[in-house]
Design a protein around this ligand. Structure first.
Ligand code: FAD
Length: 952
């Protein structure tokens, strides 16, 4: 029966008598944690609120009435849902993502790629990195590694050597055929990218991955920007830079080098010929000191000096070089001048502790013999046409300035002079404001002005990123803006830029639009996902084993200062695998499936909206396959209700009352004590990562998996299930809620029969080579024995093969087929049971509320081999496709002196027996027939060996 209601202003037919949410969930967005079709409404989370003329109410408890008016996304409803979410978040304690990911300016999935590296999956790790940044081999050498600063391991011993791990994986990828993304068909849109530094390259790459046509205009003879013309090769070898850049260009990017905007091409031309323009021209203007003598011969500016050396131009340096500055450029200048044979002194106006240069760079410079004069500043440069001396003044530190560092103040009368042949000023860079203004682009304080969210300049369709927008920054920060600009340009080309901007600023005001527009959804969850943090201290990690960080020995300073060879060697593979294991996998295992995070992102909910005392619970890790973390539990009750009311196992319950309420096995017990066949189902039901599966990997990710619907091969029920796969890795099984079975037992989930196969052929129980197996098949007279691990199509193939060659064929299966349907069993009240529910766990759910009897039964359930009784009979054979074999008429073992068995044979056979792997279940494609006679589809999840290969 249907009733008519007015849903969001439209007359709509909805089913009568059922909670409204059941209908709403199918057609429109209504959040909620606690509602499940199988059980009565519960209404605990208060998220599924809707507005009716009688007020706002939960739709899981609302039964529709004729003419009822319901609004699902009014301001009031959104605001109340947001409040409900914030209340939940105020006592939800855990990290969504690892602090490393948050610390990375590109927000790359550090935990995910470290997990892949830990398993030696280097290509896959690089592929994951490239979702958020390009040039991993460059970054593996020069990145300041903000991720390491944020690493939680800092609270234990030392941060993970993430940069070095990245370098190893990236070098491996470059050496073994780099991963290049597949490019979708052309959108026909053309974008001009001006500047081939990291920002321009990133923008170009990500635009290409969206199918746009891209041309890079680069003023210099080669691509790379400051990576090539600034960073010296002893830190970044040029062959590495070239190879890394090639992986970007090979996506199909057109490159025009020696082509400068403003000199060879105008912005108007670009705006006319292209659909959008990105400017990534960097900050190449050197800051001047404004002191007397700055124009003397022998005075240079840091980046000009480096550019000349890096392009092979002749640079004449005298014996004594003074380098002014305390940043990374100053360190590169000093160490480069040293390698050219000069005696180098760095003059810096603050103390060593205030130096903005990377600590590593400073230490390496000191090791190489560079002198430092701290708290000293040049006052003037003296000489007769050419530098001869520098007058310096001593400084002291005053109060902190705008940068947070203490202001250097000259000490009057402390001037002194030092002899010098050259002075190289490396005190900062900025962008060429005049140049920008000549293009019509607004600029201020050495940076182009852009919209913070969209990176669009004052000229519509002209975007900017990198140092040009940030001021002197880093490769990773520039790449991050390049990628963001690519996303924004794509939205601009689709006419959605303004809307995306509004969404990113106030998502909760645009929920409907976000949910109805893939692009808006993607940009919100990519650039502004909700993240939750624990306030962790050293105390939280007292139990963690202390393990030293992997280290490398740099080249001997005496040797390295003589040349431009790379100073830092890589870690060995052994070190890499060990180091990756130090990762504590801080981020939540359910981050990609968490409903709470999804809703919090959509509703712009905040963790700290409600301050107050929070619960802290101990993790229950006692179960071999499941972790229970009450810190994340939102008390939606799905697990409790499922385990009691559906599975009948009562594994967990609510403990204590009020604010302290938690989910737990009965008092005193832990999950490890629990007995059940559907404990794993709670990991699927939990919407927030409080109950998670322990995955059988060295490091469990998490990774964003794709569910592929197939069937389980654990028993002859052949339950429909998803295999969740990530880049060829079989990560986990999950239930198909709408599948015929609707649930998934722990055998399928934890024993993973779908991810297992024999390693290779066995002859009389001993492993033999494939060559020997082939010889056996070619030379021996044998009978072919099939097992229920084969699909119907494979069975048909072998049947035809055997018939054509006159080979006797049989199978490990005997007995008859079921006569009962699923409906027969479901409806029956009195059942004869001669099968073991431990072996066929779904029986446990099917038998719930039925009487198991010996007589007057409505249906019988037997274990094969057996023949049907008079009443409808379900016969459960071993193996998934026994019914397929019986239907094909392949039953029993024929007489023979030798056998070739496809798949594992449970029975002993007389004579020589060659057992061949049946093929990984997750690599099969076809159909099987389950014990109810249902023909079900088996889907290929990954590529793999097929037993047909040997017989084709
Ligand atoms: P750039 O890299 O500057 O690239 C701009 C590009 O635009 C150049 O190729 C330039 O030729 C081109 N261009 C300029 N004008 C035009 C025009 N009119 N028409 C066409 N093309 C034009 N970062 C780190 O992460 N780690 C480090 O160790 C590190 N060391 C550094 C050392 C030095 C000496 C310097 C100077 C910088 C260092 N950086 C480091 C910073 C990093 O290199 C920059 O932040 C980054 O390269 C900026 O990228 P970008 O694409 O914005 O600009």
């Amino acid at each position: 029966m249907m009733v008519k209601i007015i849903l969001n202003g439209k007359e709509t037919e909805v089913p009568d008598g059922k909670p409204l949410i059941e209908f709403l969930r199918e057609i429109t967005h209504v959040p909620g944690f606690c509602y499940t079709e199988e059980l009565d409404p519960y209404g605990s989370c208060r998220l599924c609120l809707v507005s009716t003329p009688r007020g706002v109410t939960t739709s899981c408890t609302l039964k529709p009435m004729e003419g009822l008016s319901v609004e699902t996304l009014t301001d009031e409803v959104v605001s109340m849902r947001k409040t409900a979410l914030e209340l939940i978040l105020s006592d939800h304690y855990g990290d969504c993502i690892g602090p490393c990911q948050d610390g990375c300016p590109a927000h790359s999935d550090v935990q995910g790629y470290l997990a892949l590296i830990a398993m030696g999956k280097y290509h896959e790790a690089v592929k994951l990195m490239k979702e958020k940044y390009i040039l991993p081999a460059v970054l593996g050498r020069v990145c300041p590694a903000f991720c390491e600063e944020a690493c939680r391991r800092n609270l234990v011993d030392e941060p993970l050597a993430i940069r070095q791990l990245k370098r190893f994986a990236a070098d491996y990828d470059l050496e073994h055929g780099p991963w290049i993304p597949e490019i979708p068909p052309s959108t026909g849109k053309r974008i001009a990218v001006v500047g081939g530094g990291p920002a321009g390259l990133a923008c170009a790459y990500y635009l290409r991955t969206m199918g746009h046509e891209v041309t890079i205009f680069e003023a210099m003879p080669e691509l790379g920007g400051m990576m090539r013309y600034g960073i010296p090769p002893y830190r970044l070898p040029r062959d590495v830079l070239d190879k890394d850049i090639a992986t970007v260009i090979e996506t199909g990017i057109e490159v025009k080098t020696n082509t400068a905007l403003g000199r060879d091409v105008t912005l108007d031309e670009l705006m006319e010929k292209y659909d959008a323009v990105f400017l990534g021209v960097g900050a190449w203007k050197s800051r001047r000191m404004g002191i007397p003598g700055e124009e003397l011969e022998g005075v240079m500016h840091g980046i000009e000096f480096l550019r000349m050396v890096n392009t092979g131009e002749e640079v004449k340096l005298g014996e004594r070089v003074i380098v002014v500055g305390g940043g990374n450029t100053a360190m590169d200048v000093a160490r480069t001048a040293l390698r050219l044979g000069a005696k180098v002194t760095v003059v810096y106006r603050r103390s060593k502790a205030e130096m903005p240069a990377n600590e590593r760079e400073v230490e390496e410079a000191i090791e190489e013999g560079i002198e430092f004069l701290f708290l000293t500043n040049p006052v003037r440069i003296l000489g007769d046409g050419k530098v001869e001396e520098v007058e310096l003044i001593k400084m002291r530190l005053g109060e902190p300035d705008a940068s947070g560092r203490r202001r250097p103040i000259p000490i009057e009368g402390s001037e002194f002079r030092v002899k010098a042949d050259n002075v190289i000023l490396a005190i900062g860079q900025y962008c060429d404001e005049e140049f920008l203004r000549s293009l019509g682009i607004e600029a201020k304080r050495g940076k182009a002005i852009v919209d913070d969210v969209t990176l669009q300049t004052n000229l519509p369709g002209v975007f900017a990123g990198g140092d040009l927008v940030l001021g002197p920054s880093t490769v990773i920060e520039s790449i991050a803006t390049g990628r963001r600009a690519a996303i924004m340009i794509d939205l601009y080309l689709k006419g959605k830029l303004e809307k995306a901007r509004e969404v990113l600023l106030e998502p909760e005001k645009h929920i409907e639009e976000v949910l109805n527009d893939e692009d808006l959804y993607r940009v919100l969850f990519d650039l502004r996902p909700y993240n939750h943090w624990k306030k962790a201290t050293e105390k939280d990690y007292e139990h963690v084993e202390r393990r030293p960080r992997a280290k490398v020995e740099l080249l001997d300073p005496e040797v390295r200062k003589q040349n431009f060879e790379e100073v830092e060697p890589p870690l060995t593979e052994e070190q890499v695998l060990e180091e990756a294991k130090r990762c504590m996998s801080c981020g939540c295992m359910e981050v990609f499936r968490c409903k709470l995070r999804e809703y919090a992102t959509l509703y712009n909910a905040r963790q700290d909206a409600f301050e107050g005392e929070g619960n802290r619970f101990e993790l229950d890790e006692s179960h071999p396959f499941v972790t229970l973390d009450n810190n994340k539990c939102v008390l939606c009750g799905q697990c409790v209700r499922f385990t009691h009311e559906v599975a009948g196992e009562g594994v967990v319950d609510y403990m204590f009352r009020g604010f302290k309420t938690m989910i737990s096995p009965p008092l005193g017990d832990t999950l490890g004590d629990a007995e059940g066949l559907f404990i794993g189902e709670m990991t699927d039901l939990c919407p927030v990562g409080a109950i998670t599966e322990k995955l059988p990997f060295l490091k469990p990710g998490p990774w964003k998996t794709t569910p592929v619907k197939t069937v389980c091969n654990g028993c002859s029920f052949a339950c429909e299930m998803n295999i969740e796969v990530y880049d060829g890795m079989l990560v986990r099984a999950s239930r198909v809620e709408e599948g015929w079975n609707g649930h998934l037992c722990d055998v399928c989930r934890f024993m993973r029969p779908w991810a297992e196969d024999l390693a290779g052929p066995l002859l009389n129980g001993e492993p033999v080579s494939w060559e020997e197996a082939r010889r056996f098949i070619a030379e021996r007279d044998y009978a072919l024995i099939l097992t229920p691990e084969l699909t119907n199509e494979e069975i048909a193939f072998f049947k035809e093969f055997a018939e054509k060659r006159g080979i006797p064929i049989g199978s490990t299966v005997e007995g008859g087929l079921s006569t009962a349907t699923f409906e027969d069993i479901r409806k029956a009240k009195r059942v004869l049971l001669k099968a073991d529910p431990e072996k066929y766990p779904l029986l446990k759910l099917l038998l719930k509320d039925k009487d198991v009897v010996e007589e007057d039964y409505e249906v019988a359930i037997l274990e094969g081999p057996a023949e049907p009784l008079e009443a409808p009979t379900l016969i459960l054979h071993e193996g998934v496709n026994a019914a397929g074999l019986i239907r094909a008429g392949i039953v029993g073992i024929p007489e023979s002196k030798a056998y070739v068995v496809i798949g594992r044979a449970e029975r002993e056979l007389d004579g020589d027996v060659l057992v061949l792997p049946a093929g990984l279940w997750a690599a099969k494609e076809g159909t099987i027939t389950n014990a109810f006679g249902m023909e079900l589809e088996v889907k290929k999840v990954v590529e793999g060996y097929s037993p047909l290969e040997l017989f084709s």
